[in-house]
Design a protein around this ligand. Structure first.
Ligand code: ZN
Length: 138
């Protein structure tokens, strides 16, 4: 078997593409809005920027008491993802997958992906997923 398990149509689903406000440099992800949330420029002018595939853990919480249909405990993190070039990082929230509480701490470098999180029946719900790098595993 070869090839991706499923095909994505939107570029943002495949790669970490964000939008940098040309007035103040703030990085918006995943979508640009007409008004910049930081400097309130309206309409804001955005330029597409590429994010790296790793970021730094700024903060995280462990959710323990969840409804029965959720896997628990669940780790939720606030991550700064640097741009490939210069510029401010994107600050994003998302779930950790395949990650144990003991594997991360504030300051850890983690892999960042933008993927389908779950399906609501009609359409996929996409979000960030973070995990500790696995390259040392064979
Ligand atoms: Zn701005």
């Amino acid at each position: 078997m070869s090839g991706p398990r499923y095909r994505r149509t939107r570029e943002q689903d495949q790669r970490l593409v964000a939008f940098e406000c040309q007035e103040c440099g703030w990085v918006s992800y995943p979508e640009e809005k007409r008004t910049c949330k930081k400097c309130a420029a309206a309409p804001a002018t955005y330029e597409r920027v590429q994010l790296q595939e790793q970021g730094e853990v700024l903060s995280f919480v462990e959710q323990v008491y969840l409804p029965d249909d959720f896997e628990s405990p669940q780790l939720l993190g606030m991550i700064d993802i640097p741009q490939v070039g210069d510029g401010e990082p994107a600050r994003v929230y998302g779930l950790f997958t395949e990650t144990e509480r003991e594997e991360i701490e504030v300051g850890s470098q983690v892999d960042a992906r933008f993927r389908e999180l779950f399906d609501d029946g009609d359409r996929p719900i996409n979000s960030f997923k973070f995990s500790v790098p696995r390259e040392e595993k064979a």
